[in-house]
Design a protein around this ligand. Sequence first.
Ligand code: ZN
Length: 552
Amino acid sequence: MTPPERLRIRGGAVHDPTNGVDGEVRDVCVENGRVVASLPADAPSIDARGMVVMPGGVDIHAHFASSACNHARRLLPEEHAAEPAPAPPIAPGDGPARSGTGGTLPTTFTTAYRYAGLGYTTAFDAAVAPLTARHSHHELDDTPIVDAGLYALMGNDEYLLRQIDAGERDRARDYAAWLLGAVGAYAIKVVNPGGIEAWKSGQRNLTDLDQALGTSRVTPRAILETLVDAANVLGLPHPVHIHCNNLGQPGNSATTLATMEALAGRRAHFTHLQFHCYGGEFGKGPWGSAASRVVEYVNDHPEVSTDVGQAMFGAATTLTADSPVEYLLHASSGRKWVNIDVELETGCGIVPYSYKEKAAVSALQWAIGLELFLLSRDPWRVVLSTDHPNGGSFLSYPRLIQLLMDRSARDEQLARVNQKLLAGSALADGLAREYTLNEIAIVTRAGPARLLGLASKGHLGVGADGDATVYQREPDIARMFSTPRYVVKAGRVVVEEGQLRRAPEGRRLFVRPAYDSAVLRDIRRHFDAYSTVSFDNYPVRDVPGAPVETRQ
Ligand SMILES: [Zn+2]
């Protein structure tokens, strides 16, 4: 029999908000990949005395393993030339040691090494066209260490829209359940409901919840209701992940609030909220912050959760299924771009971008994100993201944590940014709040894990995954969070003093909800009539591991 694999993380100040632990000094014991109550005194250990221990980070929304990411990598050769990423010093047998390139969209292996280097051990790619899910799984095969999953894009797919038009909501739900299982996805993602299909068919976009797609009965409202109800009836661990209509437009906060009200009382996750909180006249401006109004709604509605999608100054790459918004961004920035229609399923647009302190809109976006964080009353439902790499790279998380924890660092930057659009902004008026270490642990791990329904993640209670990050205390908070002293994955030390030591395989996170198989005949007919891929070849058959349970 092989001896159990054990590790004791000794004497750190543990921040484990799920279990009500706020900086208490204690040991964390891991055996065979899971947290246990105790270990024999002679078990191998690492010394965390004087340091801060948190569960491994959980990224609820990023883009790093999709066909769209690969198009973006292709679009950015200048980033590859600027930042070669040599192979890490991993001993043979401890995992693949592969070179790559950095920039806003690092290569697959480099992405994994960098996530682990920050103490993140779980991450989700938030937008995968089902038709290209096989590609995403292959990229995840080459993204070691992190446990990872993907969200499947729905809400602009021809088959679903036909069911909604025909009033066949039960069939729409069966289709959604089949699709999740067929492509190995974890959650349903809706991007600009109906708007992408409108863009592809010459209608340009849908800007109102009750605007119809062509002459059909399909509206953004009908799409959202159908999918939100489907996810809740199917008992998916994560509710529908919604990118609202009118992203990035002045005045879009009205759409965001109308969408939240349309779904009131139903569990729903509103992603990268910062991009949906602009005041002013719709489509015209002048731009302003409507963060206070939107976050007030979120505060009062426990069924609503969000991630912020903070904009960080510096290089970014915007990539989204929301083709019409990328067209506008390309037209206004003059930057090169890619636009791709993904058959009858969705779209894709990519524009390289840069957020500048001296640019008025960038400064407003930066301020709005921070307002959402600082005005939120419940950190469990307003969690951290930069919509990597749309609002900035995940490598900027440590700086973002500093802005949340250290008012002086925040005010220093605030004084430097363009003030033109900040009138009426709560941040400009002065927000004194500073996040505590426990609140940081909530928005970066415990909260996202809970919103994702991942019972063994985001905490360090007995039975949890043995994923932990050990930070050395430093006055410079950005430095503290960018170079953890140790990162532990499933009970094994993968990062030591900023050096990657091991790159074990991560787990795949996906669901396979039950559905009435009567729907399959109809879907097959649809494939036979309209798709370039045969129905039998469509499912991804070799997704590794076992599905996460649904609550059906
Ligand atoms: Zn996104």
